[in-house]
Design a protein around this ligand. Sequence first.
Ligand code: LRH
Ligand code: MN
Length: 426
Amino acid sequence: MQLNDQHIQHTNNNKLKNHNENYTFLAHKLSKSDHNVSEIISKLSQFQVAIPSWALGAGGTRFGRFSYHGEPSNLEQKIEDIGIIHALTQTAGAVSLHIPWDASNDYNAIKELATSLDIRFDAVNSNTFQDQEGAKESYKYGSLSNTSRAVREQAIRHNIDVIDIGNKLGSKSLTVWLADGSSFPGQNNYQTALQHTQDSLKSIYKHLPSDWNMLIEYKPYEPNFYSTVIQDWGTSFMLANECGEKALSLVDLGHHLPNSNIEQIVSTLMLKGKLGGFHFNDSKYGDDDLTVGSIKPYALFLIFNELVYGIKNNPQNPELSWMIDASHNIKDPLEDLIQSLEAIQEAYAKALLIDQDSLRAAQLINDVVQCQEILQSAYRTDVRPLIERARLNSGGALSPIDAYRSLDIRNELIKERGKHTVATGL
Ligand code: LRH
Ligand code: MN
């Protein structure tokens, strides 16, 4: 199923008047306080977030999985679904693939389809946390950190194959997340495991094309429940430094112990020029992979405050990969992703309204109250008319969720694909 301009315009018609009134009021208010509204709109339009190919079907847990019917059953249909999200939101112009879940025998055709839908390929993800049919070695006790050289070499080989696939598609970065760790005290020799991981990452790093990055994703626990080799930002940062300038840290918002100050981690990595990108999601307890901004929207806003500051003041940090990593257990995956995109755009737009100079001045004289006033006046601004205008300017829907429902897209997909298709992924 593909959407065209008529589909979108049809859903916008009865919303334009209300949008124009709200936008005119807000734009007038913001220009009075010297905000460059058209610059903010263009930044929002240029801001493209990669959709995880593994989150277009219903997710699940060990306690169960409830299908959503009409799920994509191959990579082409996954790209089409991202095309639908992008047509509606105009901010999902990229996909992050996961190999072998997205293995294909015709990557040229995949690239052509994606290009026709104005979708580019962001980071490609390797997978050494599951054993593949017919694989010689098992990752049960780890991959790049495994005590067995044969297992480590199989995992290194896989990452090199993933780079080759990414190269065919025009991707420019490899994401490495390792489940490697232990579930019981005494199970692992931590130093040996870390040394093996470092040496293995260096072997992979040697195969990175000159214009590529390697994004090292950290996580404190799960599926191992006592220790994880790449457990936190410090370990990822250390390994990235050991590998070289093309190795960077990837911040998955769900990969932090409760109450971690993630925006401080972001600011530190940017200052050191080692922040590679994000896996946006939200969580209440663990790596819950919930809709972005659904639990802690203020924390997301504070992260974007550090990003706006860093993008302006840290030229040493490379361009960032903006990606979602979520799992949809009870919501329609496409609606869930649309809500996540909206929350990301909202946090970014509110952060762009922060008067950074006044905040800096208040920080310098330790006017703590004023610092909070400056932050929260931006956070309390309803920026939705700005996001709507950015979408409208790019040919998107004023309200993507309303459009998705009024166009009855889920039922159209079920008509096309049937009720029993299952998407590869988590
Ligand atoms: C691990 C993770 C990683 C992906 C997987 C799908 O929790 O965040 O980014 O490989 O989810
Ligand atoms: Mn992730």
